[in-house]
Design a protein around this ligand. Structure first.
Ligand code: PRP
Ligand code: URA
Length: 209
């Protein structure tokens, strides 16, 4: 079964508390989503493989550590996932970036695919799928299925806020995908919104409502 890690870091919790508030402006919201993504990238990369190499400092030869595992890629689910990309790249600047376009049909709540562009060597990479919200889980499940169809084998999913319903669906459908969650909320309302949540993440990031 997939590992689920709910981030307990005080800075993550504090920043998510500000993000949730109705009065937080789009500018602050975007900045904070980026900052939380940065901390989450730090936590979600704890187990990356290292190898020892010989280096020379100005004073002496010595041994140092270097990342040794698979190369990395970040794949935001459009639109709201875009808000997490910069923060992720601040931590893992050599990562390539793919994009998956999905929107949730407001009536059926089913994800509708409209775009997919991935790095050519994605199947060789460790891929971090990012989206601030895991609600019914439909979008995350579909995005990860699209990646697997293209041969991607090593996938992690990062979100700021998850509902128990979405978490369960994602774990059950993709048990090989580890899930990193900023905060685990209470439930979904009748429109599929996370309660207490933060509202519509895409609209709040881009100021479209
Ligand atoms: C939001 C969010 C997720 C999805 C989560 O995107 O960013 O992608 O809903 O809901 P789910 O778990 O029930 O699928 P939305 O469809 O609103 O698109 P947007 O990012 O373009 O605003
Ligand atoms: N998408 C959002 O942006 N917010 C929710 O609460 C659910 C889905």
């Amino acid at each position: 079964m997939a590992k689920v890690m709910v981030m307990e870091h005080p800075l993550i919790q504090h920043k998510i508390g500000i993000i949730r508030r109705t009065g937080t402006s789009s500018k602050e919201f975007r900045e904070l989503v980026g900052e939380v993504a940065m901390f989450m990238a730090y936590e979600a990369t704890r187990d990356l493989k290292l190898r020892e190499i010989e280096i020379e400092t100005p004073l002496a030869k010595t041994k140092a550590m270097q990342l040794a595992g698979k190369k990395l890629a970040v794949v935001p689910i459009l639109r709201a996932g875009l808000g997490m990309v910069e923060g992720m790249l601040a931590m893992i600047p050599a990562a390539k970036v793919g994009h998956i376009g999905l929107y949730r049909d407001p009536d059926t709540l089913e994800p509708v695919e409209y775009y997919c562009k991935l790095p050519a060597d994605s199947s060789e990479r460790e891929v971090f799928v990012v989206d601030p919200m895991l609600a019914t889980g439909g979008s995350a499940v579909a995005a990860i299925a699209m990646l697997k169809e293209k041969g991607v084998k090593n996938i992690r999913f990062l979100c700021l806020i998850a509902a128990p319903e979405g978490l369960k669906k994602l774990q059950e459908t993709h048990p090989d995908v580890d899930i990193y969650v900023g905060a685990l909320d209470d439930h979904l309302n009748e429109h599929g919104y996370i309660v207490p949540g933060l509202g519509d993440a895409g609209d709040r990031i881009f100021g479209t409502k």
